[in-house]
Each structure stands twice: as structure tokens, then as C-alpha cells.
Design a protein around this ligand. Structure first.
Ligand code: SAM
Length: 269
């Protein structure tokens, strides 16, 4: 069971998000717990002030450190210097943070407790990062209006990797960025011959067999599992080469994979 504590000035943001699909099931099965805390509850003035003007001037307002410190303290999380990072972690959502990836999500599944601090306005007083948070995470190279979407992304991506949450454990191993095929077999072929191993997923099809003038590739209906595996592996290689060539550098590739990559056209866009 992992417990997420989200600190936000918009706690209502998370209401719908927690009530659907995989996450709802994980919460009902007590595999995941999510508590959302209103930052304004940790203020002491009449206006419940959470922000103030930036020192040095400039645009916008900055989230003050005291309410955030009080919110984190109220959760019973150990002070930063004494925190056991094998068990719990305090994460500040920030466009300046380290990139949140599937590998980060996998690491976070090892924890029992994750506190997510959502910034707003121009950001959060830097002393929150220095004194309270263990790391800053960014969900992508763009600027959002607040950390809530980032917190939701982290809760979702981590929760579905917790053993038991997806029902079929193999699903998260054999999807995009999956862990499967972490090494080639002794004869150099990947452990499975389709997607994962650091590649993007292969294309999926379902009924109807014909849609918009396009048919489902014949090989998928043919029942030859070896052919299907090879077809899926090649489509995963193509998609990765086209959309994320950077991933190929770390992917586990067999000699056949390398030959296939050489044989296909480089992407046109
Ligand atoms: N002034 C900041 C900058 O230029 O990096 C942007 C602040 S942003 C408008 C307000 C809050 O949204 C941030 O404090 C952070 O919590 C969240 N945020 C924005 N972009 C994010 C991203 N890519 N990943 C995670 N959180 C983000």
C-alpha cells in the first residue's frame, strides 16, 4: 500500500480524478490511499493567505513557505534531515524539477508514503525545496498553471505499477518504457520478441476488422504467434525510431532488430 498526501490550494481538483478506472479500483482495494490537503487550512490569518509578493520585484505572487511547512509537519513526516528516503519522500512539483519518467515512477513504488506539494502562481518560495522537499519533479518541458496536474500524473503512473493494481502484472512490463527484456538471452535475442525493453509500445487493433478503408494487418488475424511477435517487435522499433529515436540508444536490441532498423527509412518529420 502506498499513501499519497497531496498539498494544494485547489483540493477539489482531485475529486473526479480519483473516482475512475484503475485508480478508483486501487483505492477501493486499499492498495493505494490518496489524501488531499487544503493548503489554506494551514494559514492563521483572516484571509487565509498562502502567497506574497516576490523579493526583488517581478511578476506574480509566490507561495509562502510557512503554510507548506505546517502542512507537511501535520502529516507526521519526519523532518528532512531525519527522513528515511527508503520509506517516504516529499516531492515538490516544479517546471524546474528533474524529469518524471517511468523509471522514476518505478522507484517511487518502493516507498510507503509520498507527499506531493503543488505550486501555483510564479512558484514556491525556494526554501521549501531547500528545507522540506527531497526532490523537485517536472512532468514535462512546459509550464503549467499549477502542480495539481503533475501530482495527478505521478499518482496515476506510480499506482498502476504497484503489484496487484493492474491485475495482469505483465501489462506494465510489456508496454511503452516497460522493464521487460532487460537483457538479451545467451544467443543475443531479446527475451521477448515484441515491444518493451525500452521501446515504445507496438500498435494495437480491435474490431471492426475494417475501418475508414483500413484493414487490421493480416498477420494479426493469422494465428501464427511467432509472426505476430516479430511483426509487433518491428512496429515497436519503427514507432520508436520515428517518435523517440533517443530511446533506441538504451534499448535492448538483437542483431535482427539492428538489421531491421537499418533497413527502414529514417523519419520524414
Ligand atoms: N515560474 C515558474 C517557472 O518558470 O518555472 C513556473 C511556475 S508555474 C506557473 C506554477 C506551478 O505549476 C509551479 O510551482 C509548479 O508546481 C507547477 N508546474 C508548472 N509546470 C510544471 C511542470 N512542467 N511539472 C510539474 N509542475 C509544474
Amino acid at each position: 500500500m502506498i499513501r499519497f498526501d497531496i498539498i494544494s490550494i485547489f483540493p477539489g481538483f482531485f475529486e473526479g480524478f480519483l473516482q475512475h478506472g484503475v485508480l478508483r479500483r486501487a483505492i477501493s482495494a486499499s492498495m493505494v490511499e490518496v489524501r488531499v490537503h487544503d493548503l489554506r487550512s494551514f494559514t492563521h490569518d483572516r484571509h487565509r493567505t498562502v502567497d506574497d509578493r516576490p523579493f526583488g520585484g517581478g511578476e506574480g505572487m509566490v507561495l509562502k513557505p510557512e503554510p507548506i511547512a505546517a502542512a507537511v509537519e501535520s502529516l507526521g513526516v519526519a523532518p528532512k534531515a531525519e527522513r528515511n528516503l527508503q520509506r517516504e519522500s516529499v516531492v515538490l512539483l516544479s517546471a524546474q524539477g528533474a524529469s518524471f519518467t517511468q523509471a522514476t515512477a518505478r522507484q517511487l513504488t518502493l516507498l510507503e508514503r509520498i507527499v506531493l506539494i503543488c505550486g501555483r502562481y510564479e512558484g514556491v518560495d525556494e526554501r521549501v525545496s531547500e528545507l522540506i522537499a527531497d526532490c523537485e519533479l517536472s512532468i514535462g518541458d512546459y509550464v503549467l498553471s499549477g502542480g495539481e496536474l503533475g501530482a495527478a500524473v505521478i499518482v496515476d503512473a506510480v499506482s498502476r505499477l504497484i503489484p496487484g493494481v493492474l491485475g495482469n502484472e505483465a501489462s506494465s512490463e510489456y508496454e511503452s518504457f516497460g522493464n521487460a527484456d532487460t537483457g538479451p538471452t545467451s544467443n543475443g535475442t531479446p527475451r521477448s520478441t515484441y515491444g518493451s525493453g525500452g521501446l515504445l509500445d507496438y500498435p494495437h487493433y480491435t474490431r471492426p476488422q475494417e475501418f475508414g478503408g483500413l484493414s487490421v494487418p493480416e498477420v494479426l488475424a493469422g494465428g501464427d504467434h511467432e509472426k505476430i511477435r516479430r511483426w509487433r517487435r518491428e512496429r515497436a522499433l519503427e514507432k520508436t525510431l520515428h517518435n523517440r529515436p533517443d530511446l533506441l540508444e538504451k534499448a535492448v536490441l538483437s542483431p535482427a532488430d539492428r538489421a531491421f532498423i537499418k533497413s527502414i527509412q529514417p523519419p520524414s518529420c
